[in-house]
Design a protein around this ligand. Structure first.
Ligand SMILES: [Cu+2]
Length: 126
């Protein structure tokens, strides 16, 4: 009888490390998801626009004041990034070349490709 009580007393204690493992296993993916979300948020803070198939993607992004936006040309022909109000202007970007501009003040910045003016995009800085 004493042995049985001892056995019963030990059982919850023995389960605890197991439970901790289960909790860790459940929290693991959650923590991973939260880290992934944080990574996505961090990516937004940097701001990257890709140029693919004569298109700025995404065509419009909203970033915080002080954000550096980077345009990367993935096309095999040159493109450039020219602000409508002449605030920023890149040189012609060859394949995989990039251009970065840091937005120090709030506003809406529309831009186009100097070589193909029908290509347009917009950066909203808040
Ligand atoms: Cu272009």
């Amino acid at each position: 009888m004493r042995n049985l009580i001892a056995e019963l007393r030990f059982t919850p204690a023995r389960l605890l490390p197991g439970r901790a493992v289960v909790v860790a296993m459940l929290l693991g993916p959650l923590a991973g998801a939260m880290l992934a979300l944080a990574a996505v948020a961090a990516e937004d803070a940097t701001g990257t626009v890709t140029i693919d198939n004569f298109t700025f993607t995404p065509p419009e992004i909203t970033v915080a004041v002080g954000t550096t936006v980077k345009w990367v040309n993935h096309d095999d022909i040159p493109h450039s990034v020219v602000n409508k109000d002449k605030v920023f202007r890149s040189k012609a970007l060859d394949t995989d070349d990039s251009y970065s501009y840091t937005f120090a003040s709030a506003g809406t910045f529309e831009y186009f490709c100097g070589l193909h003016p029908h290509m347009t995009g917009k950066i909203i800085v808040k």
